[in-house]
Design a protein around this ligand. Structure first.
Ligand code: IVH
Length: 672
């Protein structure tokens, strides 16, 4: 194909693909199959590969990502991104309406959903998406265009012709619940911790450096505002709806996703509707936003220091529900920690049926003074796991039994212990208590530990029940024949996968092996640091409490736990078998420090970073001789603050006079 021909075909394909994207993601009315769509996309990709200079930065092929952004440049917003003042009651909304009317007389209001996600600003020039920027501090934000392009609900080129030449479109990037669940399912399959809530996950995803990963995760976008000197209408409502013609997904008035009202009653009707119906939506909202519709009236009302006088957010209460406490069970974890869990009469809460809720520890049980049969209040506040927050004492049935934290392990009967200063109770019978054994094995095989494929929680329990695996060393004696002998559910393929997975784990580095052993208080990072500090397991085994405490991450609690672990004859026997099985018991190469620029510094990291993952920044600090510490104290040399460092931490640093530096300053400091 010649160039000219290719140019025409590329334009044609781009238009066609974007038309189908729009039909699928904005109109929810696809007209071709996914297969046919992929076919078109593939043809375009091939053409662009053959004629790279003809590829457009806003080509629909860019939506699958691939660009790696090393750092996100900070750019100013042409129009500041303001925040809203919040209200929580009808009275506060009434005061808002009264204030507006006192200033400008009666006027029209627009009500919108308050999407619970991450604010972004999209700049369009001549109908082309040129930039996607985070809110940042409201004045300037980070440019994350490559990631934004992967969001299919965002048009890369505007449709029609009557859009302003220059325009900023404001909206919220979210995960729909369905997409979020899908992502977490995948993570569970990969042995990774599921994410706790869609909002934070959306924020983290937008800051990923690999846009292909962003594309895979499937973010979504809802728009709620336009900024330009040449908007088509003086009505905010009309402008938002007009954006539909330009290719944006806009809220449907028929479904009450946006509404108009003349007074408080109309506003409250919209709010009340969504307070009760919000769980039917495909994404989380945390309230309703009320805005004055007329842009000239908005201007007249003006701004306060931080937020406009022409808008207010009504925030919904954290979802609560009343239900009956049927029972409290006490779960025993890998380390023997005993966690009380409430079993509830199933109740619908925030869109899901809740049957269990966390009670954390004995103190919480005592504080709530729970009785079986109590009517309890459960709450879901942003997080996925609900909690019991209170008891309706008036509803308590006569002669109800108080819940007592057990003295003995509910699984093996051993008396529980509670270490001083800790909230948890423990079952000390670590070698014989069944759930401790199986969870330890589950921990051992997990991805961040020995990374053994084909073994999950259920399989481990099955192997334990069948008597094939009673400790982690037994894994290395498993044979395909034994697994096939288990019968149902086992085939040659799955049996081979497990045996091969176990064999492959012999190559897992010592740092991970040490973590996999599941020594109490020795998490992933601590294990890594200890492994690098001591070099091999024999040295570690020979170290006493004091010697251990000389390792920078090791305090008395960790040191004691390590000494106890290696002193137990049962553990020693297992370790010797693991050694014979050929596991890595020494670090392979000792990486020397990159520099000693941070030697002697104790550094706290907080927030999300552009150029580093959380682990990455910690490793970099260590590579330059610094020490990472978890909490701010007078000994802290400085804090490296990423985005959204919590205000409490910031205040603490200020109070103790600890300097806070940002990522760029940190990068300059280490000279990278
Ligand atoms: S309007 C000046 N409308 O809430 C008004 N914001 O604190 C600027 N949000 O950062 C915002 N849904 O991320 C507006 N329908 C909506 C919204 C909305 C969610 C977020 C937005 C903003 C925060 C306000």
């Amino acid at each position: 194909m010649d160039r000219e021909h290719a140019l025409r075909r590329i334009a044609e394909l781009s238009r066609e693909i974007e038309r189908h994207n729009h039909l699928y993601y904005v109109e929810a009315a696809p007209v071709i199959s996914d297969r046919d769509f992929d076919h078109l996309l593939k043809e375009l990709e091939e053409l662009e590969a053959r004629f790279p200079d003809l590829a457009d930065p806003n080509s629909p092929t860019k939506r699958v990502g691939g660009d790696i952004t090393k750092s996100f440049p900070v750019v100013p917003h042409r129009y500041p991104m303001l925040s809203l003042s919040n209200s929580y009651s009808r009275e506060e909304v009434a005061e808002f309406v009264a204030r507006v009317e006192k200033a400008v007389g009666s006027t029209t209001y627009v009500m919108e959903l308050k999407y619970d996600g991450v604010a972004i600003s999209l700049t369009y020039a001549d109908g082309q998406l040129v930039r996607g920027v985070t809110r940042g501090d409201g004045e300037k934000g980070e440019e994350i265009t490559a990631n934004i392009r992967t969001i299919r609900a965002i048009p890369l080129k505007l449709r029609g012709h009557d859009w302003p030449k220059e325009m900023e479109v404001r909206g919220e990037v979210v995960f729909t619940r369905k997409q979020f669940d899908k992502l977490n399912e995948q993570r569970r399959r990969d042995g990774e911790e599921p994410y706790a809530n869609p909002r934070n996950t959306a924020a983290g995803t937008l800051k990923l450096q690999d846009s292909a990963e962003v594309a895979r995760r499937g973010l979504d976008n809802f728009i709620y505002g336009l900024q330009s000197d040449h908007l088509p209408s003086r009505s905010h409502y009309q402008n938002v709806l007009k954006a539909h013609e330009w290719g944006f997904r806009t809220p449907d008035p028929q479904r009450r996703f946006i509404g108009q009202a003349q007074d408080l009653e109309g506003i409250m009707a919209f709010i009340d509707h969504w307070d009760t119906h919000r769980h039917q939506l495909e994404m989380d909202i945390d309230g309703v936003v009320v805005k004055v519709d007329d842009l000239r009236v908005q201007e007249e009302l003006g701004l306060t220091a931080k937020s406009p006088r022409w808008a207010i957010a009504f925030k919904f209460q954290a979802e609560q529900a009343l239900t009956v406490l049927r029972n409290v069970i006490f779960q025993v974890g890998r380390t023997g920690a005993v966690t009380p869990v409430a079993e509830l009469e199933p109740v619908l809460l925030a869109g899901t049926t809740v049957k269990r809720a966390s009670l954390f520890n004995a103190d919480q049980v005592a504080r709530l003074d729970l009785h079986i049969g109590d009517t309890v209040r459960v709450e879901k506040a942003g997080e996925i796991i609900p909690q019991v927050v209170g008891v309706e004492l008036k509803e308590r049935p006569a002669h109800a039994h108080r819940v007592h934290f057990p003295h003995d392990c509910p699984e093996c009967g051993t008396p529980l212990i509670r270490l001083e200063g800790e909230a948890q109770h423990y079952c000390p019978n670590e070698h014989l208590c069944p759930p401790q054994i199986t969870r330890r094995i589950e921990h051992f095989v997990a991805r961040k530990a020995m990374d053994i494929e084909g073994l999950g929680g259920e399989t481990v329990e099955e192997l334990f029940r069948a008597g094939l695996v009673r400790n982690v060393a037994d894994l290395y004696d498993l044979t395909e024949a034994q697994l096939l002998g288990l019968g149902k559910g086992w085939g040659e393929k799955s049996a081979r996968q497990v045996v091969e997975g176990v064999a492959a784990s012999r190559a897992i580095p010592f740092e991970q092996v040490l973590f996999a052993l599941g020594i109490r208080h020795v998490g992933e990072t601590v294990a890594k640091r200890i492994a690098r500090a001591v070099g091999d397991i024999d040295t570690l085994m020979g170290m006493g409490q004091e010697e251990l405490e000389r390792i920078d991450v090791v305090g008395p609690v960790i040191a004691e736990s390590i000494v106890d672990f290696f002193a137990a004859p049962g553990n020693r026997a297992v370790l010797e078998r693991l050694r014979s099985a050929g596991l890595q018991f020494a670090v392979l190469e000792r990486k020397g420090p990159a520099s000693d620029k941070l030697a002697g510094k104790s550094i706290v990291v907080s927030g999300v970073f552009r150029n580093f993952s959380r682990d990455g920044i910690k490793e970099t600090i260590e590579a330059h001789g610094g020490k990472v510490s978890g909490s701010i104290s007078r000994k802290t040399s400085f804090v490296v603050a990423g985005d959204d460092m919590g205000p409490a931490k910031r205040a603490k640093a200020e109070e103790l006079g600890v300097p806070v530096i940002d990522e760029d300053e940190f990068t300059r400091m280490i000279g990278e």
